[in-house]
Design a protein. Structure first.
Length: 429
């Protein structure tokens, strides 16, 4: 990993370190448009064609029978079932605490206003299964969807070479109560959920990670008439660690590698206040690299990654806020003191015993997070991601009479006479 001194960076170089690769619309938009149009026009027939083309599988029936879902759970090793159940309990506990009710507000005598959450009726979850199955993502999306009260939750996941969906994904879905699962993946699955086909229902909002084509397709359908909303911008996994000389170099190196192994386009960053410590971590990373099974991916990911040496903790925090990482580890003395200074991050892990692995799987927080700097404006997935809020108000005769002068004055100023009369008619004898 290349090491930079923060104080020696030009403005141009500083900005370049904050940039991420992202999705190239030029290279994907044509294919995405073609796939979406085909699925929209030809439905299941297009899904079968693309599944055979991209996955090498001829799928006759997209919906997975409930007996297959139950069989997948029954076939799992006991330790895997136990781990999934433990993770489910923690994730549910954290997200259940998000179910709050707002108190009505009396803005003036006789005028009471409030908001109430309403579940999005039909949502679609996309669970990729490329280099590895992601049952944890089923839990991270399925649990808040169920807690929010969504009437219909469907799940799409690509077929394995056998033509079947990954059994771990099916087992996790059964644990959270999802039984409407379709064996289809890639851009065509996103298009199917956005527009609907003979087999797959149209949903109102789509959630879940994926490769460049999946991400580009989500963005495409979210902007199309008759498409679907999406959870937010998504891209390669990323991690930034703020560490001082009190941190354990082996822990920091292991944390960097844990996120770098997500994919060749992942990016990990260390921002340290100690140059010698930064060098030591870099050495440990290189030493551990050869012993890991995904070393080819790791080498590509580390080529995208870097280390920054900052003169002070304040400078390190400033860089982190500008970078707006998906995951942020604060491994310094008294990390809790830094919490109020963190403005932009998807999920933050405090101290030397809080690896991102915990949040990825089972501590309780959600691992579906904004990437590519989007944490400056977006939050991670939560129960409210599966809800919208409806505002209500009740106004008594006295309340409207007191409010009338303000309403009629503003309506006149904006030239809306009918607005004004909708008020005055109620007090005209």
């Amino acid at each position: 990993m290349t090491i930079y001194r923060l104080s020696e960076l030009s403005e141009k170089k500083y900005v370049s370190l904050l940039a991420r690769g992202g999705v190239s619309n030029d290279s994907t938009s044509s294919s995405v448009r073609e796939i979406c149009l085909a699925v929209k026009q030809r439905g299941d027939a297009a899904l079968r064609d693309y599944t055979k083309l991209f996955d090498g599988v001829d799928v006759k029936q997209f919906r997975i029978p409930e007996t297959d879902i139950q069989a997948a759970m029954a076939a799992l090793r006991p330790d895997l079932i136990s781990a999934l159940k433990h993770a489910t309990e923690n994730i549910r506990a954290f997200h259940k605490a998000q179910l709050t009710t707002e108190k009505p507000v009396e803005t003036m005598p006789g005028v009471t206003c409030w908001r109430e959450p309403r579940a999005i009726e039909c949502v679609g979850l996309y669970i990729p299964a490329g280099s590895a199955p992601l049952p944890s993502t089923v839990l991270m999306l399925g649990i808040p969807a169920m807690l929010a009260g969504c009437e219909r939750v469907i799940l799409c996941s690509p077929p394995q070479k056998s033509g079947q969906a990954d059994p771990l994904v099916l087992a996790a879905a059964q644990l959270v109560g999802i039984n409407e699962i379709y064996c289809v993946g890639g851009a065509q699955a996103i298009a199917a959920m956005a527009y609907g086909t003979e087999s797959i229902p149209k949903v109102h909002k789509i959630f879940g990670p994926g490769n460049a084509f999946v991400t580009a397709t989500k963005q495409f359908v979210s902007c199309q008439p008759g498409g679907a909303a999406i959870d937010g911008p998504a891209g390669p996994s990323e991690l930034l660690i703020i560490a001082d000389k009190t941190a354990n170099a082996s822990y920091v190196a292991a944390d960097l590698l844990s996120q770098a192994e997500h994919g060749a386009d992942s990016q990990v960053v260390l921002v340290s206040t100690d140059a010698e410590f930064a060098q030591r971590v870099n050495g440990v990373v290189q030493g551990l690299l050869e012993s890991l099974p995904r070393k080819k991916i790791l080498k590509q990911s580390l080529a995208n990654s870097f280390i920054v040496v900052a003169n002070s903790l304040d400078d390190a925090i400033h860089f982190s806020n500008d970078y707006a990482p998906e995951h942020l580890i604060i491994n310094v003395q008294s990390p809790e003191k830094i919490v109020p200074l963190i403005r932009n991050a998807g999920s933050v892990f405090l101290g030397q015993y809080a690896p991102v692995t915990a949040g990825d799987y089972a501590s309780g927080t959600n691992h579906t997070l904004p990437t590519g700097g989007a944490a400056a404006a977006y939050s991670g997935v939560a129960v409210e991601s599966f809800q919208k809020f409806v505002s209500f108000q009740t106004i008594s005769e006295e309340g409207l009479r007191n409010l009338a002068p303000t309403l009629t004055t503003l309506a006149e100023a904006e030239g809306f006479e009918a607005h004004k009369r909708a008020v005055t008619v109620r007090f005209t004898s």
